[in-house]
Ligand binder design. Structure first.
Ligand code: UDP
Length: 269
């Protein structure tokens, strides 16, 4: 019997109360959405694979000193994480022009950028995640200047590290989105990496063929979506078995939680 207390239901993940105070259970679903929820679908086994990939990348980042919310994996679809107060920003790091960036500036998708570019978007489905300048972030107190400094330096370190790690697996890191949160412990507060890092929120291209290995396959109806996610996991050495990929946990079949009934802690993918 599943008696866990749901905290939040997002598009690709659910959050439940954790076993100890200050912890949450992050559950990865197979659901996929794009274009601010306009396109919806299911990518079979995605939740299991993203759970693995995110665990792997968060652990590797932890090893180079990036503080993350990841505590430990609980099962095929769930991980225990530190509860944080999410900073309402989507932090996007770009190495190569793609997607909305390429169209916004009229550059070819695939154009190499001279250096990594960070963009901040306000996490707001209602407003369609508008891009915000640091000045505006500080003016509206979504983050303090020192927090933005921490976020920027961590985002660049994360980009450097992940670019190298993925290159070693024959994958080019085009761009990605990460989120940060405030972790309170005693009377200290620290900005830490939260949410997930997976092909849902990165653009990953095969270094040799340029083939897309990420959610753009779903967004753009390119086919072989499941295969692409599996291939990323395989190359990183974390591919679960077929039986594990098919694993469903009780929470997956539960009715969606009414957003109005719970405190909104995290949003979208
Ligand atoms: N991204 C994301 N969630 C969002 C928006 C973007 O994970 O709500 C990721 C996306 O997968 C890509 C990067 O952030 O890796 C940059 O996305 P972009 O701004 O180009 O948006 P898109 O073209 O997807 O609209």
């Amino acid at each position: 019997m599943n008696r866990r207390v749901p905290i939040y239901e997002g598009k690709a993940k659910q959050l439940f109360e954790g076993p100890e105070p200050g912890t949450l259970i992050q559950h990865f679903k197979d659901d996929a959405t794009a274009f601010n929820n306009v396109k919806k679908g299911v990518i079979n086994g995605k939740g299991v694979i993203n759970n693995r990939i995110s665990e792997y990348l968060m652990l590797r980042l932890g090893e180079i000193g990036i503080p993350t919310h990841f505590i430990r994996t609980l099962n095929m679809r769930e991980q225990l994480v530190k509860a944080v107060e999410i900073i309402p920003l989507e932090v996007i790091v770009r190495n190569v022009a793609a997607g909305s960036f390429a169209s916004r500036f009229g550059v070819d998708e695939g154009a190499q950028l001279p250096y990594p570019i960070i963009e901040f978007c306000l996490k707001s489905d209602k407003l369609n995640d508008p891009i915000v300048a640091p000045e505006i972030i500080v003016a509206f107190q979504w983050a303090q200047p020192s927090e933005l400094e921490d976020i920027t330096s961590m985002a660049l370190r994360i980009n450097d590290f992940l670019s190298g790690l993925l290159l070693g697996a024959g994958i080019r890191l085009i761009d990605f989105k990460i989120e940060f949160g405030r972790h309170y412990e005693g009377n200290t507060v620290q900005v830490i990496l939260a949410d997930e890092i997976s092909p849902d929120c990165c653009r990953l291209w095969d270094t040799k063929t340029g083939e897309k290995m990420d959610k753009d396959r779903f967004r753009r109806d390119l086919g072989k979506v499941e295969e692409a996610y599996r291939e990323v996991a395989r190359r990183l050495g974390v591919l679960p078995s077929d039986k594990e990929v098919a694993a469903k946990s009780p929470a997956a079949s539960k009715k969606p939680v009414k957003l109005s009934a719970v405190k909104k802690k995290k949003t979208r993918k």
